[in-house]
Design a protein. Structure first.
Length: 427
């Protein structure tokens, strides 16, 4: 069989590039005069173009991540060499050794070339524009519509009157405050925002399209919630997190796993209330019922015991392009389920796969129906969480973990055969 022609990676002859910065997905700038990316009269990019732009952007980000990793490895190697050589240098002990090597220059040039190609493809701005066009009804639509449909099917309906203004709602009678963290938000007018279900919505994106309503923030750098924000601080921990078409944006399998793991830290904790529960002891406004043994969650207004909400929240709305699980060598739906279970997404509330997209609604935490009584986070996952909590973790692949070499879910073939893609999530 004829070998597939590889896209040339290393073409630029440019000399210098900063190697100090970590991976920043937002570093690609929009190039002026994107003649071939002209929009249609309605302001939408033609669908052929949007697909090409999205695909190219993802491919280039992947190449960028590989080279950045190689650069980090090469720098570590040079430092090790310098240390070894330094042992023999006495005269020039105060000289700072330079970080150079032929290989490093080559890698830097390659990185420069990739960054240039990302710019030429329009950068994150045009990528987002292409994604917004994809959210148009005629192109498959806004994924959050399905989330709202599912919530309604699960009995979670709007208790607030939606107002016309973006993302705001008018207070009616509010049985329980429901909060949403939307990671990778392109619009404050999607179905989540207009549904009236959520009392508080925080939208974040690497590159905000609407700074008034969408905060520019990298989720992997978002400060972790305070310990005290266990269940009742809507701005720190949330009832629902949406990760729709975001994890596949991340180029590195390990960072994808960490993004999923990180999401668990920003969810409210489901409390199986017990009178002796430490978490509840100093919350004087909490009233227990007679048995003191039912599942509850509490708000700033006090305990709200409503099993309908407890069945659903806290939860994660997760969306990937379907081929990530239907046609990948390294990820299947079953394998993903194992990964999700291992980090605490214990119950699948809803699930759908179409030709284009795969959707999941995962409930987080100790299950209410006793279906998984032995659920405990494995020591590995616990360790990863501790690293995160010690703030030494910023989501970037760390060499330390690589060195440990023991992954709970390494990159291994789970779906062999030809014609598959290489999408993977590791942990
Ligand atoms: C394909 S768009 C998806 C938008 C929308 N959620 C949807 O479902 O259509 C992916 C978005 O995720 C954002 N994104 C990727 N990684 C992110 C991160 N670490 N933190 C915040 N936003 C991120 C990108 O900037 C981009 O706007």
């Amino acid at each position: 069989m004829a070998k597939k022609k590889k896209t040339p990676l290393f073409s630029s002859k440019a000399k210098s590039v900063s190697i100090t910065g970590k991976t920043t997905f937002g570093n690609a700038k929009i190039t002026k005069g994107q003649g071939s990316l002209a929009t249609s009269p309605a302001g939408m990019l033609p669908s052929k173009h949007t697909r090409r732009i999205i695909r190219t952007h993802h491919t280039l980000l992947k190449q960028q991540a590989i080279i950045q990793k190689d650069i980090e490895k090469e720098i570590a190697q040079i430092k090790r060499n310098n240390q070894t050589n330094g042992a023999n240098i006495t005269k020039h002990a105060l000289e700072v050794p330079t970080l150079t090597s032929e290989k490093l220059t080559e890698l830097q040039n390659s990185l420069e070339s990739i960054n240039k190609q990302i710019e030429e493809n329009g950068g994150i701005e045009i990528y987002q524009k292409a994604s917004i066009s994809g959210q148009d009804n005629s192109r498959g639509g806004d994924t959050s519509k399905l989330l709202i449909e599912w919530l309604q099917e699960l009995g979670i309906t709007a208790h607030k009157k939606p107002k016309k203004e973006q993302g705001t709602t008018e207070d009616v009678k509010n049985p329980r405050k429901i909060s949403l963290l939307e990671v990778g938000s392109l619009s404050a007018k999607n179905a989540c925002s207009t549904s009236g279900i959520f009392d508080y919505i925080e939208r974040i994106d690497l590159n905000s399209q609407d700074p008034k309503y969408i905060k520019q923030q990298d989720f992997m750098q978002r400060p972790l919630p305070k310990k005290s924000a266990l269940v009742d601080e809507n701005t720190e921990v949330f009832d629902l997190i949406s990760l729709s078409l975001v994890v596949n944006y991340v180029s590195d399998p390990q960072t994808r796993g960490r993004m999923l793991l990180r999401s668990t830290e920003f969810l409210k904790k489901r409390i199986i209330s017990r009178k002796n529960s430490k978490a509840l002891q100093n919350k004087s406004h909490i009233k227990f019922n007679d048995t003191g043994d039912i599942s509850t969650q509490y708000t700033e207004k006090g305990l709200v015991n409503d099993s309908k909400y407890d069945e659903v929240f806290p939860c994660l709305f997760f969306v990937l392009p379907a081929p990530c699980v239907t046609n990948s060598r390294y990820l299947t739906e079953d394998h993903l389920t194992e990964i999700m279970h291992s980090i605490g997404y214990t119950k699948l509330l809803k699930h759908k796969v179409t030709n284009k997209l795969a959707y999941w609604l995962w409930s987080f935490g100790e299950p209410l129906d006793g279906a998984n009584e032995n659920f405990r986070l494995s020591p590995y996952v616990q360790k990863e969480l501790n690293i995160m909590k010690n703030q030494s973790f910023n989501g970037a692949p760390s060499n330390d973990t690589e060195k440990q070499g023991k992954k709970l879910f390494p990159k291994k073939e789970v779906n062999p055969g030809g014609g598959k893609n290489n999408f993977a999530i590791t942990l």
